[in-house]
Design a protein around this ligand. Structure first.
Ligand code: HEC
Ligand code: HEC
Ligand code: HEC
Length: 122
């Protein structure tokens, strides 16, 4: 894996690795299963003075099924879940995976990736 793309902390960037075709994971146990990918984002804006969070469905549904998240971790409703950073770091919401099987919460900018409308204003 030494030539796989890495992020700023040296952790393998699996989204990039998949996009570049360096790996071709099976769709399930047999490989005959169908992936059901959807491509739409949800922007989270309760981010205090941090940039907004973009939650992209596409890279998630290239690895996971809807049922991995809905409804146990997230009700499938924009703004329908009370997510805090403390909860994520304690392993809830995004933190069920991020920090365990996906890139860790310390990679702030990969989630907080959308510039605020009111940069510099209080
Ligand atoms: C895996 C994605 C992810 C990563 C990585 C991440 N955040 Fe967050 N963060 C979120 C989400 C989702 C929210 C909730 C926003 C909402 O409810 O509108 C949030 C909210 C916040 C908030 C405001 C709400 C609160 O609970 O205080 C702050 C401040 C924050 N994050 C700071 C950080 C910092 C600093 C880092 C890096 C050390 C970081 N975040 C990394 C997803 C992430
Ligand atoms: C990795 C977790 C995850 C996976 C997998 C996932 N979603 Fe979501 N989904 C979310 C999050 C997070 C939200 C935003 C919830 C919020 O705003 O509180 C969301 C929101 C939604 C919404 C509400 C959109 C709106 O405008 O109100 C729908 C519909 C949805 N997802 C459908 C799906 C479908 C269909 C799949 C499978 C093809 C899927 N999701 C897979 C995490 C996921
Ligand atoms: C069920 C597991 C799971 C949950 C819950 C989850 N993620 Fe992910 N996420 C993944 C996996 C797996 C990947 C792809 C592998 C990787 O990047 O480590 C991914 C990738 C991402 C990416 C893509 C980064 C890029 O470079 O394109 C973002 C952004 C992201 N997640 C944000 C979030 C946010 C924000 C939440 C919570 C609102 C969340 N994720 C919840 C598993 C999850």
């Amino acid at each position: 894996m030494k030539d796989f793309p890495r992020d700023s902390r040296g952790i393998i960037n699996w989204v990039d690795t998949l996009d570049r075709g360096l790996i071709a994971p099976r769709t399930g146990l047999t490989g005959g299963e169908k992936m059901h990918s959807v491509d739409f984002d949800v922007i989270f804006k309760n981010t205090a003075s941090m940039p907004y969070v973009r939650f992209p469905h596409l890279p998630h549904t290239q690895w996971l099924t809807c049922k991995n998240c809905h409804p146990a971790i997230f009700l499938p409703q924009r703004g329908g879940n009370f997510v805090t950073m403390a909860a994520i770091i304690e392993g809830e919401y995004c933190g069920v995976c991020h920090g365990k099987v996906a890139f860790p919460p310390m990679e702030c900018n990969r989630c907080h990736s959308v510039a605020r409308e009111n940069v510099g204003l209080r």
